[in-house]
Design a protein around this ligand. Structure first.
Ligand code: C2E
Ligand code: MG
Ligand code: MG
Ligand code: MG
Length: 276
């Protein structure tokens, strides 16, 4: 019985594996044509200033709606785009879309806001990344300070390469933030080496606020660290008023999360935050 059971289990495992693999191959084939077939779109999520309660910045989050797979979450297809190299093409598309929106809103006379764009490691390290950003920004005549690039600690491992790219971005005048701060494996020394403007406290720390004392100590320390380094700090994944109270008490600058709004389609954002 044991042997039989074991074998059946093994076969089940193998089928699962190949099924996952086939699915990924198929998904990649669909992802390759997602831009062409108009399946990608952008949602924006507001970021709240805790002093003024104004919203002067948003994060752009990609969405993929495919006829076969339905809505695929970025946590599923971004890694696939990253490993297949499609992220370069998709990343270019997002940056260009965001700049296009910025231009359109400027022409319509809407108030100026900053938009943060997630940049994955392969995209960040591509040849002439900073040059590419510069070209897209100048094509749409955007002021660089209205574009923010979110990078993760995993983009910062190669010191010389990272330093060069970040310096070019700084010269250009865009904002740079560290996303998911506190969850990576890199040392804190990068904070003194690189020109970074904003620290985004990872949502896992915010979720445990008012539940776990160690966690509260970490969040307080990150806020103090960013203040002493003269960087801005924003909390991700703020869902409850109690979390906001804690963050404001400890002088966190900004918050982003379901408490304020979910990421919404651009048209809804425009209606809610620009045309009143
Ligand atoms: P991220 O950059 O850390 O984005 C924050 C994620 O948290 C988003 O998930 C957002 O919808 C979600 N979120 C916002 N507020 C709350 C909240 O109060 N509670 C909870 N539980 N979640 C909240 P999303 O849109 O599914 O994106 C997941 C990740 O996929 C992003 O994490 C980012 O790493 C990546 N991603 C999304 N869009 C892009 C993109 O355009 N380019 C690249 N390279 N990566 C992207
Ligand atoms: Mg992000
Ligand atoms: Mg994050
Ligand atoms: Mg992330």
């Amino acid at each position: 019985y044991v042997k039989k059971h074991g074998r059946a289990h093994f076969r089940f495992y193998r089928e699962e594996m190949s099924h996952t693999f086939q699915n990924e191959v198929l998904m990649e084939a669909h992802l390759k044509r997602a831009i062409e077939f108009n399946e990608l779109s952008i949602h924006l999520q507001p970021q709240i200033d805790f002093d003024t309660y104004e919203i002067d910045s948003f994060e752009a989050l990609i969405r993929w709606n495919n006829p076969k797979f339905g809505f695929v979450p970025p946590s599923q297809f971004i890694p696939l785009a990253e490993s297949s190299g499609l992220i370069i093409q998709i990343g270019d598309w997002i940056l260009e879309e965001v700049c296009r929106y910025q231009k359109e809103w400027k022409d319509k006379g809407y108030r100026a806001v900053r938009i943060a764009v997630n940049i994955s490691p392969k995209q960040f390290k591509q040849d002439h990344f900073a040059e590419k950003v510069k070209q897209i920004i100048s094509k749409y005549k955007i002021e660089p300070k209205y574009i923010e690039l979110e990078i993760t600690e995993s983009s910062m491992v190669n010191v010389e390469e990272t330093e060069k790219i970040l310096k070019s971005l700084k010269e250009l005048g865009v904002f740079v933030s560290v996303d998911d701060f506190g969850t990576g494996y890199s040392s804190l020394s990068y904070l003194k080496k690189y020109p970074i403007d904003i620290i985004k406290i990872d949502q896992s720390f915010i979720a445990d606020l008012n539940k776990d004392e160690k966690n509260e100590a970490i969040v307080k320390a990150i806020i103090a660290l960013s203040r002493n380094l003269k960087m801005d700090v924003i909390a991700e994944g703020v869902e409850e008023r109690d979390q906001e109270t804690f963050l404001k008490l400890h002088q966190c600058k900004k918050g982003q999360g379901y408490l304020y709004n979910r990421p919404l389609p651009v048209e809804e954002i425009v209606e809610t935050y620009f045309i009143r």
